[in-house]
Structures are given as C-alpha cells and as structure tokens.
Design a protein around this ligand. Sequence first.
Ligand code: CTP
Length: 405
Amino acid sequence: MRIVLGVAGGIAAYKSVLLLRLLREAGHDVRVVPTRASLEFVGRATWEALSGQPVTTDVFEDVDQVAHVAVGKGADLVVVAPATADLLARAASGRADDLLTATLLVARCPVLLAPAMHTEMWEHPATRANVATLRARGVHVLDPDSGRLTGTDSGPGRLPEPEAIAAAALALVDRAGGTADLRGRRVVVSAGGTREPLDPVRYLGNRSSGRQGLALARAALARGAQVTLVAANVALPLPAGVDVVRVGSAAELRDAVRLAARDADVVVMAAAVADFRPATTAETKIKKDDDGSVPSITLVRTVDVLAELAHERLRDAQVVVGFAAETGDGDGSVLEHGRAKARRKGADLLVVNAVGEGRGFGTDDNEVTVLDGTGEVVAKAEGTKDQVAHAVWDAVAALGPAAVR
Ligand code: CTP
C-alpha cells in the first residue's frame, strides 16, 4: 500500500522517524510530506534516507516530477504525525497552502491525524471545533496522550507513541485492502459492565470485562465505520481511532448511548447493563451498627436501554442489536430463553451467548447464536471474540442496504 506520512512542525516530529520505520517494516511504501516548519525539527535527509523517496514540502517545488495532486490521489492512507494545532486548523478550513494540506484536500482514502501540542492549545475551543469538524467529515483524529510535554509541563497533548499510531494506521490500511462494507456508517457500541453505587465506596456490579464490545468496536473500525464506544468501567486498553465515552452507571450509559444513537446507523448493546439499582445512594459511607444488624437494600428497576432504543427508533432505518447472556435453567435452554428475549426486546438482532462455567465473561473465546427479531436463528459463530465480532457485523450487513452499503 502507498502511505503518505505528513509531518507538521512540532517537536514530536522526531517520534515520526520511528513511525516511518514501523510503516516501512510492515511492507508499505511511505512517502514523507513534511511541512516547511517541520524541517526545523527533522531534516529532509533523514526522511529521504529512511523512506527511500524524494521529499518535497511545497506545491511549486520539483513541479516537473511531483504533480501536487498526484501524491494525494495515489495514496491508500494519509497519516499526519504530529498534527499541530495549525495543521488541524488548515485541514479543517480546507487550505491548500503547502504540499501536505493540498494532499489532504485531494486524498479520498482514509486519513489519520495524530495531534500533538500544548494542553492549552488542544483544549482551546478553536482546536476542539476543528477536531469536531474533521471527525464529522470522517477523518480519524486520535486523542493525544497525557503526560510530560516539551518542557516541564504535563497534560493532554503528547503525541501517542509511534507503535500506537502505527497500529491505528495499519488497521486503516487493512480495512482499505479488506471489506469496507461499513464505510461512512456511524455505529455505536456499548461495552463493559455498569456499576450502581450504594455509597461513595460500594457498588453493585457484574463481571463483564468489555472484551466482546471492544472487539465489535475494532471490527467495525476495520470495516470502515466511524465508531463511538460507550465504555462502562472497562479496564482494558481501548482501540485507537474510536470516539470513547466513559460511563459508570446504567443511567449514565443510557444518556451516552441515546446521545450517540441520534446520528447512528447501527447501535450494538454489548454492555452488561444492570437491571436493578439501589433505590437510594448514601452520600456518606454506610457504617456497621454495633448491634450486629445488617442494612437492607431496596432495589428498583433501571430502564432497559436496548428495548427503549428498539421501540423508539431514534433514527430512520437504524439497526439495533442486543446481546443476551444466558445460562439456561429449569424453564428453558439457552436458546429458548434467547428466543423469548428476542421477541420481547424488539431489536433487529439478538446475539445470544451462553455464560457461566468459564464461558463468556472475561474469556478470549466466545460462542454465539444470532437471532432475528422473531427469534429465528440467522447465524452461529464460534471462535475468538474478534471472529465473533466480524460474524455479528456480517449478520448486520446481511440485513441489507439500510445498515451497510
Ligand atoms: N440491556 C439494556 N438495559 C438494561 C439491561 C439490559 O440495554 N437495563 C441490554 C443489554 O445491553 C443486552 C440486552 O439488554 O444487549 C440483554 O440483557 P440481559 O441482561 O441478558 O437481559 P435482561 O433483559 O436483563 O433479561 P433477564 O435478566 O431476564 O435475562
């Protein structure tokens, strides 16, 4: 694949030298397009030697050899690292005053921007607006890392590590070479397990790790979707390139999912959402009584977010997918419970998985049966959670053009 590596003028440009190597080692042709300012940090000779390709910064340089539109047109992926506040502003407003911004305007391939700047610049409303504009256009803008910046100051604004940027870039390249049936689609995935507070230190929770939800988010990203991940208490590393909203309780999850679902083509409720929460949350820690008595906890029902989304349909032709973790019992098998739930919830698809005895929660593998809204089996999948995730997206794709192109 042909990758354009844009480098804007920030001190973190030195980290892109390693990024270039990682992309080259993964077998890609990389053409480096630095801004003129960035050459103050890393010189042309370094880029030329490591990429094995000529390096130009301006549209009027080497015009006989470099048609300025050709660089963007021929690219399978454009990565800009570091993307400075100025580069984000120029990209958001569609400027084409150097070869890098001209390339960004011409490119029709996936674009990944890895910002790096001072915290104040990253948090400025102008930068926030530019990032929102770019993301709304389908550009993948990574969140910068938090940590030590150029001087002694620290905060959000650090360039993500080259390995993390390379992983996000290579996921986009894989997608370009593989199936991109969710390109341009917006999907929301909830993952993890909610916690319902009893007092400032205690909660009622569940064992969901969020692995299956993260796999669904990664698979959707790899198939071209713009992904919002609503992560409830997920302790695992979250995939780069997805918009993350962290939540704690079922009520917070409901608000976050509903907000994101307003613009979504597909909503997948993979989170284990509490069905009950304590009726009241004590403001201070509940203490033991000397008489040995124990407090009783009154529970109340939470809102069923999946059923609510399925019945309300916040957006035309939105596909709603639910999960059902079942153990099977005296009243019915895993599948029988799943069938009844499919009909009750009103979702388009219900992914049923058997839990308990080391299956489902916290494990790497999963085995699922996908039912439609009437309880009919439409697919079965077994394997890693990534494989199961792709099987779920296949089932979504099989619903037809409303969900995918
Ligand atoms: N779910 C939800 N909101 C809730 C509870 C569950 O959106 N308050 C969603 C989950 O994200 C999942 C699906 O509903 O997609 C199935 O949840 P599950 O707990 O298995 O089913 P319940 O409706 O709770 O049924 P039961 O407890 O009777 O098995």
